[in-house]
Design a protein around this ligand. Structure first.
Ligand code: CAA
Length: 261
């Protein structure tokens, strides 16, 4: 794996089939400076192309998942420099990953930190986690998907409350509104996320990628189009060896051995 300044990467799980990325810029509570985001997207791409890895986990420290985009880096930007540079555009690269990504959030997930978590496919929270979009406090608005993704996952009223007040919510509130799928004790969070990633990695990577794409389509299109898309992908799985293996193993009462084909 390439080596990085602001993140750590390692393979986890009994079979080494989980790619773990740890944001590691403790002096700035993992504020997402350009270099960190660029390293993160390289690491995601690296694990996406590693056939031994079936799913990824992104985490931070116990104190902070990430306290947002780097305010010191952004402070002096102008409208025209933002346009020329495409400020925060690199966050979206994480969407290109075909493998599922679990965000394991301890501590602060604020601004770009919450937006990074929402770019992932599953969010698990430690019981002391805090989620929020505090951009309004510093004279701007979320710029890496916050207004859009909270509205889609939790509805208008919650999205408005979070984005307009700038006040953070705790892990239990985040779970009850559906932003987060499970809450764990802080010191168990990463191992629980790895367990889920291992479970996902035990399935056919090919079918997992198709399934992820199908769920994501729900956020991109109408119900009728989404159902049509799902049906085509469902039918297409029958062109794979892994569907034959999966159903064959069930009928023969044995464990499937998927070949990613
Ligand atoms: N950018 C740059 N540096 C940051 C940062 C950020 N988003 N968040 C924290 N830091 C730095 C602090 O400046 C401080 O550095 P120094 O020691 O050099 O002063 C260090 O991290 C530790 O932070 P604090 O001393 O503030 O720690 P705390 O425990 O007292 O407070 C906190 C923690 C409540 C998270 C506070 O740091 C905070 O409010 N951070 C900013 C949160 C924020 O506004 N995020 C949104 C950023 S804008 C954005 O993300 C736009 C977008 O849509 C993508």
């Amino acid at each position: 794996a390439p080596s990085f300044e602001f993140i750590l990467t390692e393979k986890k799980g009994e079979k080494g089939n989980v790619g773990l990325i740890t944001l590691n810029r403790p002096k700035a509570l993992n504020a997402l400076c350009d270099k960190l985001v660029s390293e993160l997207s390289q690491a995601v791409d690296h694990f996406d192309n590693d056939d031994s890895v079936g799913a990824l986990v992104i985490t931070g420290s116990e104190k902070a998942f990430a306290a947002g985009a780097d305010i010191k880096e952004m402070q002096c930007q102008t409208f025209s420099s933002n346009v020329k540079k495409g400020l925060l555009k690199d966050f979206e690269k994480i969407r290109e990953c075909k493998k599922p990504i679990i965000a394991a959030v301890n501590g602060f997930a604020l601004g770009g930190g919450n937006e990074l978590a929402m770019l992932c496919d599953i969010i698990y929270a430690g019981d002391k986690a805090k989620f929020g979009q505090p951009e309004i406090n510093i004279g701007t608005i979320p710029g890496a998907g916050g207004t859009q993704r909270i509205a889609r996952s939790c509805g208008k009223s919650k999205a408005m409350e979070i984005c307009l007040t700038g006040s953070p919510i705790n892990a239990q509130e985040a779970e009850s509104m559906g932003l987060v799928s499970k809450v764990f004790p802080a010191d168990k969070l990463v191992e629980e996320a790895i367990k889920t990633a291992e479970k996902i990695s035990s399935h056919s990577p090919l079918i997992v990628a198709l399934c992820k794409e199908s769920v994501n389509t729900a956020f991109e299109t109408t119900l009728t189009e989404g159902l049509r898309y799902e049906k085509k992908i469902f039918y297409a799985t029958f062109a794979t060896e892994d569907q034959k293996e999966g159903m064959g193993a069930f009928v023969e009462k044995r464990k499937p051995s998927f070949k990613n084909n």
